[in-house]
Write a protein that binds this ligand. Structure first.
Ligand code: GLU
Length: 304
């Protein structure tokens, strides 16, 4: 594994309680494992709490046994966590409470648009962001009544209306996001990722969200929801994703890029490979997870 993703990290917040929140849709790949290891190092290097949350709301994509396998592989590379593992599928009432709060504040609305309708409207020549054209945002009462009577369930969308949200990421610096009217509850009644993650991070008192930078774009919507739900904003760190030998992001479909796929290398050696790819140890240097957390504090967390 040669990646050399070096980065600088601004100092941690006072409360650096962290979490890792995998979706149990398959095996963790090496990129997920590296993100988990670094999220763990972020929290543990400051002596903070670390939680594990299984994001299993998307029932069509969840694979049986995947969560257990993911937990076992995280433990194998030396990651530990505090308290019981949280499973989103068991927390529906928390998400419903949040939706009620948003509804009471007039911050969500019902949307009956199909994907095809949104796609067609979005290809009209008026820019790419926001992508949702707002078709259901201000429906006349009679139209709403008619649609409700049709029996088709609506999705719920946030009345974000292109709001600009600013936040600071400890690697990327100041980031501005322009918000679409994003979905908070899907048509099938399931809480959307954006809502569930904000409710859970709030409820679990997460002070620091450390995850892959493929989720940087989601953060503005999450900040908007935190404000709407009166939840504190955690500190954000979006880590560079692990690249394969040809410079492409590792994907879950790449079966070889898993812990089990590292022929002849045990979990401790893979931990060293992951750590070496961000300069936390030399290639092939035996190093414990605790030692990595110590080095992480000394090497990556610098005063501005
Ligand atoms: N469950 C998400 C994923 O596996 C991560 C969510 C997050 O860290 O906020 O990509």
């Amino acid at each position: 594994m040669v990646d050399e993703a070096r980065f600088q990290l601004a100092p941690p917040p006072d409360d650096a309680s962290g979490r890792f929140a995998p979706s149990p849709t398959g095996r963790l790949h090496l990129g997920n494992l590296r993100t988990a290891l670094l999220a763990w190092c972020c929290a543990r290097s400051t002596g903070s709490r670390f939680s594990l949350r299984i994001e299993d709301l998307d029932r069509q994509r969840v694979r049986e046994g995947a969560a257990e396998q993911q937990l076992a592989e995280l433990a194998a590379i030396g990651i530990d966590w505090d308290g019981a593992v949280v499973r989103q599928s068991e927390r529906t009432s928390l998400y419903e409470d949040a939706i009620e709060k948003l509804r009471a504040a007039g911050l969500i609305y019902e949307c009956w648009c199909t994907r095809a309708e949104i796609r067609d409207a979005a290809s009209a020549p008026h820019g790419t962001v926001p992508r949702y054209p707002g078709s259901c945002r201000d429906l006349a009462a009679a139209t709403t009544a008619q649609r409700r009577a049709s029996g088709r369930r609506p999705a719920l969308r946030a009345r974000a209306e292109g709001t600009e949200v600013n936040f600071v990421d400890r690697i990327h610096g100041a980031v501005t996001g322009c918000l679409d009217d994003f979905v908070v509850r899907r048509q099938d009644g399931t809480a959307a990722y954006q809502l569930a993650v904000v409710v859970d991070d709030g409820e679990q008192a997460i002070g620091e969200v450390v995850r892959g930078d493929d989720l940087l774009e989601s953060t503005a919507a999450q900040c908007w929801l935190q404000q709407a739900l009166d939840l504190p904003r955690p500190s954000y760190v979006h880590l560079p994703l692990l690249l394969d030998q040809s410079g492409k992001r590792i994907s879950k479909r790449d079966g070889a890029a898993t812990l089990a796929g590292q022929a002849g290398r045990d979990a401790a050696q893979v931990r060293s490979d992951l750590a070496a790819s961000v300069g936390l140890c030399e290639a092939n240097e035996p190093v414990t997870a605790t030692e990595l957390a110590r080095r992480f504090a000394a090497i990556l967390v610098r005063s501005p």
